[in-house]
Design a protein around this ligand. Structure first.
Ligand code: G3H
Length: 491
C-alpha cells in the first residue's frame, strides 16, 4: 500500500494535507468482507489552487523563454535528462511492479514498457543532437543568408493514457523538456502510483519549476490550467471526448498547439489468398495483447467470405487457448481489466450485436470472472451494430464479412477514425490497389502483420478523429519547438 501525499511544484515535493483518491487494483483479493478489488494506495486529490500554483511555477521557470532552462545549451539540457535516466533505471523493479498491480499488465509487457521508455528517451537525445547539428546550419538563397533555429514554445501540459502510463506520457514529456519547455504533467487515471518512485529524480534532476507533477480530478485540476489560457502546448493521449472538452476550455485556442493521440478502430482486412497461419497468429496478438487495450489494437476484422469459415475456426480455437491469470504469472495472456464497469460495458456491446443477429462463436467468449472478461469473437457483425464502429478498447473481437474488395475499402474510407490498418493477402497487384486507396486514410498500413506503434523512431500519427500531429522520437522534437529564422541580406 502506497499512501502518496507528495506532489511536485516549483522544485519542491509538497505534502498534501487534504483528501486522497484511493487507487484500486484490477486484481481482486480475499478480505474479511469477501472477495474485492485490492486498494493498493492513494494519491492527492489536489484542487484548482494547487494546479494553478504548478502553472505559476512553470510560467516562472519558462519566463517568456528567458528562464535558465529554455535558454540553456542543448548539451547541458541533455545532461539533466541523462542524470534522470540513471535514477530512473534504478527504479525499474518498483515501477514494473506497480504497472502489474495498477493496470494488470503482464510482467513481460510491463518490463517491455519500462525498457522501451528508457530506449525512447535515449533515442530522443540522439535525435536532438542530430537536430541541433542540422538546425544550426546556415542556408543561403536569393541573396539571403539564414540560420533556422529551433526554439521552445512555452508551458506544456502532458497527459497520457492508462494503457501505457509510462511510455506514452514520457513520449511527450521528454521531448517537451528536451526542447526547453516547462512542463506540467498529470499522470494517467490508472497507472498513477507508478510515477511516485520517480518523483525525487524529477525534483533532483531538473531546475525548479521545469517539471511539475500534479494529481487529482481532471476537470478541476487540468480544467483550471486550460481556463487560465497560459498553457501553450497540449500533449494528450486519450479519448476524443476528453481532448475536446479540455481544448474547448482554453480561451485562446489559436495560441494552443496540440499533439493528440485519440480513439481508433483499426481494421484488419483479410483477403481470400491470405496465409491463414500467419494471419491468425498476427490477429491474436493484434486484437488481444494487453486484452485489446491498446490504441493500436486491431478492433475489427473484415474477412473475405471465401475464407471466413476456416479463419473463424482457427482464430476462435486460438483465442480459447489463451491463458488467463495474474499479471505476474508466467505464460499468462489475459489479465484483469483496470477500468471499473468495463466488463458490463463489453457485455453490453456483445448483447447489442447478439440482439441484432450475431453470435459469440468461441466457446469461452464473454465469460466474466471478477475483472476478467474472456475474449468474445462475435460474428457476423453488421454495420447496424455498435461493435462495427465503436472503439471497444477491450477483449471483444467483431468479425465482419465482405465479398468485394470495394466493401472493405468503403468501411475504411467511411470510418470516423484513421489511425492504422492491417492487410493480409498475397497478390501484390491487389494489395497495391488497397494501399493506393488507403494512403490518405490512415497513418500506417501494415502488410501481413498486426498494427503497432513501434519502433518508436517511426512516425506515429493518424487521420480523421484519431490524432492531431505526429509523435515519434524526431517528430516529437519538432512538435515541441518552433523554427525561428535568423536572416540577413548578403547582397
Ligand atoms: O495505445 C497505444 C500505444 O501507442 C500502442 O503502442 O502498438 O506498441 O502497443 P503499441
Amino acid at each position: 500500500y502506497v499512501e502518496q501525499r507528495e506532489y511536485l511544484v516549483g522544485g519542491e515535493l509538497r505534502m498534501w494535507g487534504g483528501d486522497l483518491n484511493p487507487v484500486r487494483s484490477p486484481v481482486f483479493v480475499k478480505t474479511a468482507r469477501g472477495v474485492e478489488q485490492k486498494v493498493i494506495g492513494a494519491t492527492p486529490l489536489l484542487t484548482s489552487q494547487e494546479s494553478l500554483e504548478a502553472l505559476s511555477a512553470a510560467v516562472k521557470a519558462y519566463d517568456h523563454g528567458r528562464g535558465a532552462w529554455p535558454s540553456m545549451r542543448v548539451a547541458e539540457r541533455i545532461e539533466h535528462v541523462e542524470r534522470f535516466l540513471v535514477a530512473m533505471r534504478a527504479q525499474r523493479t518498483a515501477v514494473v511492479n506497480l504497472l502489474m498491480w495498477e493496470i494488470g499488465k503482464t510482467q513481460g509487457d510491463s518490463e517491455k514498457e519500462f525498457d522501451r521508455t528508457i530506449d525512447l528517451i535515449v533515442e530522443t537525445i540522439r535525435a536532438l543532437k542530430e537536430l541541433d547539428r542540422t538546425s544550426s546550419r546556415f542556408v543561403q538563397e536569393q541573396g539571403i543568408m539564414a540560420q533556422i533555429r529551433r526554439a521552445p514554445i512555452g508551458v506544456a501540459l502532458c497527459m497520457g493514457p492508462y494503457n501505457y502510463p509510462l511510455n506514452e506520457t514520457f513520449s511527450t514529456l521528454f521531448p517537451a523538456l528536451l526542447m526547453g519547455n516547462a512542463v506540467i504533467f498529470k499522470p494517467a487515471k490508472f497507472g498513477v502510483l507508478l510515477i511516485r518512485p520517480l518523483l525525487e529524480a524529477f525534483r533532483d534532476c531538473f531546475p525548479p519549476g521545469v517539471i511539475n507533477i500534479i494529481y487529482g480530478r481532471g476537470r478541476e485540476t487540468v480544467g483550471a490550467l486550460m481556463e487560465s489560457g497560459q498553457v501553450d502546448l497540449f500533449a494528450f493521449i486519450g479519448t476524443n471526448k476528453g481532448a475536446s472538452e479540455l481544448k474547448r476550455m482554453h480561451p485562446r485556442p489559436h495560441r494552443l498547439k496540440s499533439v493528440l493521440g485519440l480513439d481508433a478502430k483499426n481494421p484488419a482486412i483479410i483477403l481470400d489468398d491470405a496465409d491463414l497461419d500467419n494471419t491468425v497468429k498476427e490477429c491474436i496478438t493484434g486484437t488481444l495483447s494487453f486484452n485489446g487495450q491498446r490504441c493500436t489494437a486491431l478492433k475489427v476484422l473484415l474477412v473475405h467470405r471465401k475464407v471466413v469459415k476456416p479463419f473463424l475456426e482457427r482464430f476462435s480455437a486460438a483465442v480459447d487457448k489463451l491463458k488467463p491469470g495474474m499479471p505476474w504469472t508466467p505464460g499468462v495472456a489475459l489479465t484483469p481489466l483496470p477500468e471499473p464497469g468495463k466488463t458490463d460495458y463489453l457485455r453490453g456491446l456483445v448483447d447489442d450485436a447478439v440482439s441484432k443477429g450475431a453470435k459469440v462463436v468461441n466457446e469461452l467468449g464473454g465469460k466474466v470472472n471478477q475483472s476478467f472478461f474472456f475474449p468474445a469473437v462475435v460474428y457476423p457483425v453488421t454495420r447496424d451494430m455498435r461493435l462495427a464502429t465503436e472503439e471497444q478498447f477491450g477483449p471483444v473481437i467483431p468479425v465482419m464479412v465482405f465479398d468485394e474488395d470495394e466493401e472493405a475499402v468503403r468501411y475504411v474510407v467511411e470510418s470516423q477514425f484513421g489511425q492504422q490498418l492491417s492487410l493480409f493477402g498475397q497478390d501484390s497487384a491487389r494489395i497495391g490497389k488497397f494501399i493506393d486507396a488507403f494512403a490518405n486514410q490512415v497513418g500506417r498500413i501494415n502488410l501481413n502483420c498486426q498494427c503497432q506503434r513501434g519502433p518508436d523512431t517511426f512516425p506515429f500519427n493518424g487521420r480523421k478523429d484519431s490524432a492531431e500531429g505526429t509523435l515519434s522520437v524526431a517528430d516529437a522534437l519538432r512538435v515541441f519547438s518552433i523554427r525561428t529564422l535568423v536572416a540577413a541580406k548578403t547582397t
